[in-house]
Design a protein around this ligand. Structure first.
Ligand SMILES: C[C@H](N)C(=O)N[C@@H](Cc1c[nH]cn1)C(=O)O
Ligand SMILES: [Zn+2]
Ligand SMILES: [Zn+2]
Length: 482
């Protein structure tokens, strides 16, 4: 192993406690992008991140992204962008890294065992807290890499460009146009040679992976209203048409219990499975027990690994997320809600065009609602949309990352796709014209978006080494390859 890497790894181990404290400080800021009343916290989180990077000597900027579309009274949180070292070294490669500093909603009443915005480390080194794995741990990974180089007195191997956003969990509103503008000649991201995103997870708990594909996400709402206000079900039940009754019937028409999407035409948009692709699934280190461990149950749809991986990566899915306005508290309130809004999303895959999916959704929902012959009113809207992405892993960016995995974890990584979505991945690829790599830090049991989200101490500390080693191997890859 190169002496620089050896001393970098040792310094990361020596700084493990301060790095965990840095994560504790980040988790303590409830930067929930989906809750309007938390917008000030999202901005505070962005500015905290900028402050940390300022004090590490990076050249940072907080760029405003304007008003939030559809909620013009709210400002989008800033894009925190920067460069390290502050002055570009023309002899080195330039790597653009992206992450997000917003998180999903969380509250103790959802069933968390510990306070979601207080990092709680148990005796097995599991660090619980909202955003620990998605995506505050990986974002702080880059800061910790910088600090470890400084403390170890090692030359930083590349020019690092950074782009951290605060609306990823809400569809990355406002960021696409910003990235496209900043990738133009002479602008901030113009000189990137490749991109790296650490914002997804291993397939299991033991084997690291490099990821070259993501599903897209079209997120919809169906609003049904009728009565002028909520009603007493004893007085009005049986005499008023109820919005909730209509909504559950419309939502029930979207998908069946085995995950089959019931909207006509959706299946036909999916690229057929080729023999070559089919053969890839066999060799992936994944077992049904991995699935059951991360599900916390044995309620998977498929009996085998191949169908399960295909169901996650290469076929679309439709999930029902919730109903705004419905009675959901404990107890037995006898109310008829006057207006309810159902939320669902479709994870999209090659070759599904988001607009084609929209048309099929709208015409299906309209048809089903009309068939109810209800006097209520229905509106179906797209909340946000991000396209799927599949790239080639045959690139020096992936080769460098594979060497880093071998150096840190002592194994060759699996090449995987991911069922989740990171809407700006495709934007980075198209706007820079360069390769994008997904280099995950956390594992399959981290419960991102769920209750008791965590990041294992080992994944965090070794993950910092992984991100740093990746930059070192990037610097070693021959310059002549694209
Ligand atoms: C994979 C990434 N860490 C993530 O969680 N992405 C979100 C992004 C999102 C939110 N709405 C639509 N996309 C996800 O996959 O849900
Ligand atoms: Zn994320
Ligand atoms: Zn997320």
């Amino acid at each position: 192993m190169a002496p620089d890497l050896k001393s970098f790894y040792k310094t990361v181990d020596d700084l493990a406690e301060p790095f965990i404290e840095r994560l504790r400080d980040a988790v303590a800021i409830p930067s929930i992008s989906a809750e309007d009343e938390r917008r000030a916290d999202v901005v505070r989180m962005g500015m905290w991140l900028k402050g940390q990077l300022d004090s590490l000597g990076a050249a940072m900027e907080a760029r405003p992204l304007g008003a939030q579309p559809g909620k013009e009274h709210l400002h989008l949180p800033p894009a925190i962008i920067g460069r390290y070292p502050a002055k570009k070294d023309e002899s080195k490669r330039t790597i653009l890294v992206y992450g997000h500093y917003d998180v999903q909603p969380a509250s103790l009443s959802d069933g968390w065992k510990t306070e979601p915005f207080k990092l709680s480390v148990d005796d097995k080194g599991r660090m619980y807290g909202r955003g620990s794995t998605d995506d505050k741990g990986p974002v702080l990974g880059w800061l910790n890499v910088i600090e470890s180089h400084q403390k170890a007195g090692i030359d930083f191997p590349v020019n690092l460009l950074m782009c951290f956003e605060g609306m990823e969990e809400y569809g990355s509103e406002g960021l696409d146009d910003f990235i496209i503008a900043e990738c133009k000649p002479g602008k901030f991201f113009a000189d990137a040679d490749a991109c790296c995103i650490s914002d997804n997870y291993w397939l299991g708990t033991e084997k690291p992976c490099l990821t070259y594909g993501l599903r897209g996400c079209n997120y919809y709402s169906i609003e049904i209203s009728g009565p002028g206000q909520d009603l007493h079900s004893g007085v009005f039940g049986g005499t008023a048409q109820e919005p909730m009754t209509d909504l559950v019937r419309v939502m029930g028409s979207l998908v069946d219990g085995d995950g089959n999407i019931l909207i006509p035409g959706i299946k036909e948009l999916v690229a057929p499975l080729t023999k070559e692709e089919q053969s890839l699934y066999k060799n992936i280190a994944f077992t049904m027990d991995n699935l059951y461990e991360s599900l916390g149950s044995k309620t998977g749809i498929f009996p085998d690994k191949e169908s399960t991986l295909m169901g996650r990566w290469r076929y679309p899915s439709l999930s029902l997320h919730g109903i705004e306005g419905a009675f959901s508290a404990p107890g037995a309130k006898t109310v008829i809600p006057a207006k309810v809004t159902g939320k669902f999303s479709i994870r999209t895959v090659p070759d599904m065009e988001p607009q084609e999916v929209d048309s099929l959704v709208y015409s299906h929902v309209d048809k089903v609602f009309k068939s109810l012959k209800s006097k209520n009113t229905m509106h179906c809207n797209l909340q946000h949309s991000g396209k799927w992405w599949v790239a080639s892993p045959k690139h020096w960016n992936f080769t460098a990352a594979a060497k880093a995995v071998e150096s840190v974890w002592g194994v060759q990584p699996d090449l995987t796709r991911e069922g989740g979505s990171i809407p700006v991945t495709l934007t980075f690829e198209q706007a820079t014209g360069k390769n994008v790599l997904l280099l995950p830090m956390g594992s399959s049991t981290d419960a991102a978006h769920s209750v008791n989200e965590k990041l294992d101490r080992k994944n965090y500390i070794e993950g910092i080494k992984l991100l740093g080693a990746y930059l070192h191997y990037v610097a070693e890859e021959p310059m002549k390859t694209s």
